[in-house]
Write a new protein. Structure first.
Lengths: 107, 121
């Protein structure tokens, strides 16, 4: 099974900050990497698919990059509504696996 | 508008069974794979099972293989999860999720609100 490791597990940031979350796969997954945002009590929401493609309706301040084993999710300027937990997920092979999550909190 | 509505969760004793359902609308159901993803209280996301558009490919997480059975009825735009031999560690919110493509790989572009399963005596 492919293990997905996210870092950091949590971070504190202020509105307007640039935030970078990293995700590492235990083996190469090409660009088969997706990012999700989950707010408390809500279902996850797809933000980025195939590493760098922005899902329809997602603000352009979100971007993704990487290939192979190392990936990043960047929020260029943090908004109040971006405080949430973010998960990466590999779609290279089954079983499909998620990272452990990164909680973005208000500083 | 895509809608996924789960039902069938509840409190059940370890060793017993539950059947979850997911009613889908707002998209061509038989064009897409469908999945179940769960989240234990206070924990992260865990993919459980997926079924391709025509049920030709079905895959499971090792943690549920041999106990859970996923199925779909394209005529009814519905997805199911038969959960047998429940264990306390199966306690979670179970989400129905639409795949981004027709096969069992890929991501999940729409999610339901989840149905809570509690396996406890």
């Amino acid at each position: 099974d492919i293990q997905m490791t996210q870092s950091p597990s949590s971070l504190s940031a202020s509105v307007g900050d640039r935030v970078i979350i990293t995700c590492r796969a235990s083996q190469s997954i090409s660009s088969y990497l997706n990012w999700y945002q989950q707010k408390p009590g809500k279902a996850p929401k797809l933000l980025i698919y195939t590493a760098a493609s922005l899902q329809s309706g997602v603000p352009s301040r979100f971007s993704g990059s990487g290939s192979g084993t190392d990936f990043t999710l960047t929020i260029s300027s943090l908004h109040t509504e971006d405080f949430a937990t973010y998960y990466c997920q590999q779609s290279y092979s089954t079983p499909l696996t998620f990272g452990g999550g990164t909680k973005v909190q208000i500083k | 508008e895509v809608q996924l509505v789960e039902s069938g969760g509840g409190l059940e004793q370890p060793g017993r069974s539950l059947r979850l359902s997911c009613a889908a609308s707002g998209f061509i159901f038989d064009d897409y794979a469908m999945h179940w993803v769960r989240q234990a209280p206070g924990k992260g996301l865990e993919w459980v099972s997926g079924v391709s558009w025509n049920s030709g490919s079905i895959v499971y997480a090792d943690s549920v293989k041999g106990r859970f059975t996923i199925s779909r009825d394209n005529a009814k735009n519905s997805l199911y999860l038969q959960m047998n031999g429940l264990r306390p560690e199966d306690t979670a919110l179970y989400y129905c999720a639409k795949g981004t493509g027709s096969s069992t790989g890929g991501g999940f572009d729409y999610w339901g609100q989840g149905t809570l399963v509690t396996a406890s005596s």
